[in-house]
Design a protein around this ligand. Structure first.
Ligand code: G3P
Length: 222
């Protein structure tokens, strides 16, 4: 069985920028090495290239625009991500929603350069829709639980179960992540037992006093 993916989104938290981003990436790399679990990090654009340069763990963007390079001011293209060493990108995160056409363009642009699309969704219907685009991952996150400290694994295991079924009914090859309030090894274990291929999380690691201990706990039941 391939390793699950634990993907840590640093968002724009002050605790996830600059030196803290390096400290979290270093902890993630150490825990990935100790455990054999794949741990990725999604920093701000500013930190993406330094982190991909200094660390071997996969580094993801938090958003990408599916444009060709050219006259687009203030946007970020897949070519730019590739040059910066990104492994892939989140698309349509709850805090950065896109139109269906934009989601498709971003998935296709990433795939064309062999980068990994992670399409975020909010329920089983949108998860099925995202699966129809054939990304590597669909990440189901109930928006009301994001940043709440209440774990989707415990508060709403049904949405995980239903989303895994909805995605696989459309395309068996698409892997499913879940997120919102994930904070412990137990949350991760429940998510995996419900048929996901990993988790997407943020605040429990980024805002922790000691991200290394939280990361060690996250992989402890795998
Ligand atoms: O991208 C992950 C995120 O939306 C979940 O956030 O803070 O609930 O782990 P959090």
């Amino acid at each position: 069985m391939p390793s699950p993916l634990i993907l840590v989104n640093l968002k724009t938290f002050r605790e996830g920028m600059g030196n803290r981003a390096h400290m979290i990436a270093n902890a993630a790399q150490l825990v990935a090495h100790e455990s054999g679990v794949t741990i990725g990090i999604a920093p701000s654009y500013i930190d993406l290239h330094p982190l991909s340069h200094h660390f071997a763990i996969p580094v993801y963007a938090q958003h990408v625009d599916g444009f060709e390079p050219g006259a687009h001011t203030g946007h970020i293209t897949v070519d730019a991500l590739k040059l910066a060493g990104a492994a892939g990108s989140l698309i349509n995160h709850s805090e950065r929603r896109l139109t269906l056409a934009e989601i498709e363009a971003s998935v296709r642009a990433l795939q064309a350069l062999k980068l990994i699309p992670v399409v975020c969704t909010n329920n089983e219907a949108t998860s099925a829709g995202a699966a129809a685009l054939g990304p590597e991952y669909v990440a189901i996150e109930p928006p009301e639980l994001i940043g709440s400290g209440v774990s989707v694994s415990k508060a709403n295991p049904d949405i995980i179960r239903r989303s895994v079924a909805a995605v696989h009914a459309v395309n068996q090859k698409v892997k499913v992540l879940t997120g919102a309030g994930i904070q412990s090894g137990e949350c991760v274990k429940i998510a995996i037992d419900l048929g996901t291929d990993g988790v997407l999380l943020a605040s429990s690691v980024v805002k922790a006093k000691d991200p290394l201990s939280v990361l060690r706990d996250l992989v402890s039941k795998l």
